[in-house]
Design a protein around this ligand. Structure first.
Ligand SMILES: [Zn+2]
Length: 72
């Protein structure tokens, strides 16, 4: 299942939190279940790529974070 448009912000928030603390379990941004899997597929220094997967609702979403400068 792809990430619904109205959940994109939640998914980004989840990834941002995970980047600074990878030990805390994250909740699925779609169904709220514990045990969201996040994996880092980044190709630095060009782009950061993350894949979110949830076994409860079948979510599989790819999120890319452009390596933005301080203006963004
Ligand atoms: Zn889910």
């Amino acid at each position: 299942m792809e990430l619904p448009g109205n959940r994109v912000k939640d998914a980004f928030d989840c990834v941002m939190a995970w980047r600074t603390d990878r030990l805390t379990p994250r909740r699925c941004p779609v169904c709220g279940a514990d045990g969201l899997e996040i994996s880092d597929h980044s190709a630095r220094p060009y782009v950061e790529w993350y894949i979110l997967a949830c076994g409860a609702c079948g979510l599989e979403a790819r999120l890319s974070l452009p390596l933005a400068g301080p203006d963004h």
